[in-house]
Design a protein around this ligand. Sequence first.
Ligand SMILES: Cc1cc2nc3c(=O)[nH]c(=O)nc-3n(C[C@H](O)[C@H](O)[C@H](O)COP(=O)(O)O)c2cc1C
Ligand SMILES: Nc1ncnc2c1ncn2[C@@H]1O[C@H](COP(=O)(O)OP(=O)(O)O)[C@@H](O)[C@H]1O
Length: 252
Amino acid sequence: MKSLPYFCRGEVIRGFGRGSKELGIPTANFPDSVVDNLPADIGTGIYYGWACVGNGDVYKMVMSIGWNPYYKNTKKSMETHVIHTFKEDFYGEILSVVMVGYIRPERSYDSLGMTTLSHSYIHAYTQTAIFARSQRSDLSQASRFDLYYFSLTPTLLSTLYAHYSDITLVFVHFAHTLCVFSDGFSASLSSLFLVEALITAISNDIEEAKAKLELPEHLKLRKDNFFTSVPSSSSAAPSTAASTSQTIMNGH
Ligand SMILES: Cc1cc2nc3c(=O)[nH]c(=O)nc-3n(C[C@H](O)[C@H](O)[C@H](O)COP(=O)(O)O)c2cc1C
Ligand SMILES: Nc1ncnc2c1ncn2[C@@H]1O[C@H](COP(=O)(O)OP(=O)(O)O)[C@@H](O)[C@H]1O
């Protein structure tokens, strides 16, 4: 990929609340202006590099570039997971990234080991889950049917409501999987194994990024290029003291 390393920056916008944060892998979304400017040779897949929020420190990052199921696969998105634990969200802040390498292609649900299940199977599973929960004597009467017991967010709940009758909502830890990683209940349905497979794949990406970014060339690239402050104009190039030929001037 001749465009790598590729620098871009933009405001962090809200994603689609599919719950990656709840799975421990929050991903910050760039606006269309950044996504639409990607060079043609930077295709979908998983990338690694460096990132900083506002004028903050520079951290390692992994980024997924993919087609967003929310828009029925017509909209590409760039989602950055910064390998750092932040005290709070940073929506509205300027995120600066430099993508320095490619890890792997985006995997389809099938290749991640998804089991496709029929709606009738889901209903059967749901009924069983409701019954099992209603029988649990260790729970209070109310919590036996408490929909929030499984930490469903309002967004996920409303998605569920839109697709299923209220009684089936009790079947949530399974449904959560569907909310997060399928493009709706009318689509083929995945099992809990899918989430586990995806989390494992992303954890492997994170480990690979951590290792690769320790390489001398990547550490040098960071040192030579990295933006130490966010310019007031979003179209400005990274403002560093870098004077080497490696200074990254592309992207936003
Ligand atoms: C490092 C990384 C790797 C990912 N790999 C895949 C993948 O192989 N296949 C896939 O469908 N989604 C993949 N994703 C995308 C996640 O499913 C996506 O970030 C999540 O659905 C977005 O949720 P959100 O809208 O709540 O931010 C990956 C995300 C990250 C951060
Ligand atoms: N380490 C991190 N990497 C990326 N985003 C993070 C991180 N820690 C907190 N966040 C916040 O979490 C948000 C993403 O959360 P997520 O559940 O994926 O929701 P959304 O659907 O709005 O993208 C980011 O926009 C950012 O504000």
